[in-house]
Design a protein around this ligand. Structure first.
Ligand SMILES: Nc1ncnc2c1ncn2[C@@H]1O[C@H](COP(=O)(O)OP(=O)(O)OP(=O)(O)O)[C@@H](O)[C@H]1O
Length: 631
């Protein structure tokens, strides 16, 4: 251990230290560390052997079965059969919707199965007080409603009196500019907080340090969870890791790496695209475990159509799915198709609540619903059972956050593969483009080579906390940045993008939170590119800092239905705010006590959205035709 001194300008480092460690020596002066120990820092940031973190898994010899095949080839079906046969099983899903589907299906087989996602926990036996989601019979009732007269829906709807984000904030009593300004319409953030300080301080919360440990209070033999929530401390007989190619996902890849290396199950079934096999085998070499490979062929044929749609909506037919990559484009396509053809459109996009996506899928699948065309983003690529006969790409370009890029071969195959589901009314799937000139690119990408994969990693709480002890003056942003600079990885791994977390750190910087609580808040699910969600996260954290319970008693969801996209957007945002609330309620139950109310409000939001989407079609609100924009 070295004594600090402000006179030191560079710290002599052993020659074997990597250059990043040399740079770290310079920072020593800046932080005036008192306890810096280079060898400790070097150890903390050594990510070359992440498998050593998982003691429970390392004490076992696990058996791996990799189910490799294209979409719709029965990989998950086979893995789930073993999951259900096991005495104790865990299914790790890429999406909440898939976790929910397996939860329902397993319980329907008479096997008690819990659901564990970041925002929700359900016991296998079901809870009588659970809010009812819009089910099939409610859906039927909605479809049977008489044709409503056209009207000025916007003016009838209290929340659409204001623009976009601002009006949502108003319904929810949240103020954008400052979470502490309560004035505008009576419902304010301060009225959401109860006036009494909480009896229990935040340090007594059940915060799991923002770690991903599944803390299900329920105790069924089986659990269906989202991959981030996989419990690596508990021993299972069978585990299933679905869509393992997402191990290479820029943001979430770390969760698949963690599950693969850390799940303590005697038998682990890994389902995914064949391109993930080599990285899986390579990671398991480091644990000394072998992989059996089962390869699958598609259960139904998938073929490229001989022609494009030739820009002519008259060429559409029942069971077509139109693919575009923005919400705005989807609504434009829906309006245009409903105006120019006899078809009505179901719609699926990422910001719809999961249950609404599932309901829209049911609407489309139901033969007599009248909703015979689906307009969708690539959100249909996973987690929905859809009776699609033909996929039509309106564009092969997608915005990646920086610029428009051509869809990768894997993306094209994942989306195209949704056509012709096994045992659906379309025993053969087809795919094509809207524009004739896109056909060549489509075929090229569909047949293109798969990109190789690396496995994602992320700095965990323990590593950052240990680093903070070495750098006492550093704030959390410094720690994240420093950790990434110093991290040593081998070529199989990459560090996942932490820009969202860094953005959250900056947003919450003025608040006085403990290290652990701050870390938890920065992991909370909030898209900070959205001003409203920024405001919500800041508001919740501000209430938390003041140790005042944040209740939802003052919030009401308007009953007026509108299919106007801007109004739907407000309900969607409201739903997301409640997701954030639920997520926090599982980590800080004393200060976010209204979990049941949040569930009820979410169910109401989802219902309004579903009604609005159907209303949109029924009332024939038809925006003026606009020139088609290509992305
Ligand atoms: N042997 C089978 N008997 C009955 N249904 C099956 C069988 N195999 C698969 N299916 C059904 O076929 C559909 C596709 O199967 P599954 O979801 O397992 O495919 P997958 O290869 O995992 O595809 P994806 O990667 O797209 O999820 C599902 O609806 C599944 O229930």
């Amino acid at each position: 251990m070295r004594a600090p001194t402000s006179e030191i300008s560079t710290i002599p480092l052993p020659e074997t230290y990597p250059s990043s460690m040399q740079a770290f020596g310079q920072d020593f002066v800046r932080y005036r560390a008192t306890t810096l120990d280079q060898s400790v820092v070097s150890r903390i940031s050594d990510m070359r052997q992440p498998q050593l973190t998982y003691h429970q898994a390392r004490s076992m010899q696990r058996k791996f079965i990799f189910h490799a095949g294209p979409t719709n080839s029965g990989k998950t079906y086979s893995a789930l059969k073993r999951f259900r046969e096991a005495n104790r099983g865990i299914y790790c899903a890429p999406l909440r919707l898939l976790a929910l589907e397996v939860y329902d299906d397993t319980n329907n087989h008479g096997i008690p199965c819990d659901l564990v996602t970041g925002e929700d926990r359900k016991s296998g036996k079901g809870r009588p007080d659970e809010p009812q989601e819009l089910n099939d019979s409610a859906l039927d009732k909605l479809l049977r409603l008489p044709h409503l007269p056209k009207g000025d829906v916007a003016s009838a709807n209290p929340i659409s009196l204001m623009d976009g984000d601002a009006s949502t904030a108003a319904i929810l009593g949240l103020d954008h500019a400052s979470p502490k300004v309560p004035e505008s319409i009576g419902l304010t953030l301060n009225s959401i907080f109860s006036s009494q300080a909480a009896e229990t301080s935040s340090s007594q919360s059940d915060n799991d340090g923002g770690d991903t440990k599944a803390t299900s209070s329920a105790q069924s033999s089986h659990v269906a969870c989202t991959i981030e929530m996989a419990d690596v401390d508990k021993v299972f007989d069978v585990a299933v890791i679905d869509e393992v190619q997402l191990i290479g996902d820029r943001d979430r890849g770390w969760a698949w790496t963690r599950a693969l290396l850390g799940l303590a199950a005697h038998e682990i079934h890994v389902c995914g695209e064949p391109r993930a096999l080599s990285i899986v085998e390579s990671l398991l070499k480091s644990t000394g475990e072998d992989v059996q490979v089962h390869t699958y062929e598609r259960l139904t044929p998938l073929v490229v159509a001989p022609h494009s749609i030739n820009r002519n909506l008259a060429n559409l037919r029942r069971g077509d799915a139109i693919i575009a990559f923005s919400r705005k484009e989807l609504f434009r396509w829906k309006a245009e198709i409903e105006r120019e053809t006899r078809f009505r459109c179901a719609i699926v996009y990422g910001s719809l609540p999961p249950q609404t996506r599932a309901q829209q899928a049911r609407l489309f699948n139901q033969p007599d619903s009248g909703f015979d065309i689906l307009v969708a983003t690539d959100a249909i690529g996973m987690g929905l059972n859809l009776n699609i006969g033909r996929i039509i790409f309106t564009t092969l370009q997608k915005f990646n956050g920086v610029s428009n890029v051509t869809l990768s071969p894997s993306e094209v195959r994942q989306i195209a593969g949704r056509a012709g589901r096994f045992r659906s009314k379309f025993p053969r799937g087809e795919f094509t483009t809207f524009e004739p000139e896109d056909m060549g690119i489509l075929i090229k990408q569909f047949n293109g080579p798969a990109d190789s994969l690396q496995a994602g990693l992320m700095a965990n709480f323990e590593q950052l906390e240990a680093l903070s002890k070495q750098l006492p003056g550093a704030d959390m942003l410094d720690l994240f940045t420093k950790f990434e600079d110093l991290a040593r990885l081998d070529k199989r791994y990459f560090m996942c993008d932490s820009s969202d977390r860094k953005e959250a750190i900056k947003l919450l910087a003025p608040l006085n939170l403990s290290f652990k609580d701050r870390y938890t808040f920065i992991l909370a699910p909030a898209n900070l590119e959205n001003d409203y969600m920024r405001s919500c996260l800041l508001s919740f954290a501000t209430g938390f800092e003041a140790n005042r319970p944040i209740t939802l008693a003052a919030i009401t969801v308007p009953s007026t239905t509108s299919g106007a996209p801007s109004v739907l957007n407000e309900f969607e945002q409201c739903h997301k705010m409640l997701d954030l609330y639920m997520w926090l309620s599982y980590r800080f139950p004393q200060l976010f006590p209204d979990r049941d109310a949040a569930k009820q409000l979410q169910a109401q939001c989802a219902e309004r959205i579903m009604e609005g989407l159907i209303e949109e079609t029924r009332t024939g609100r038809r925006p003026k035709p606009q020139p088609r924009r290509r992305y």
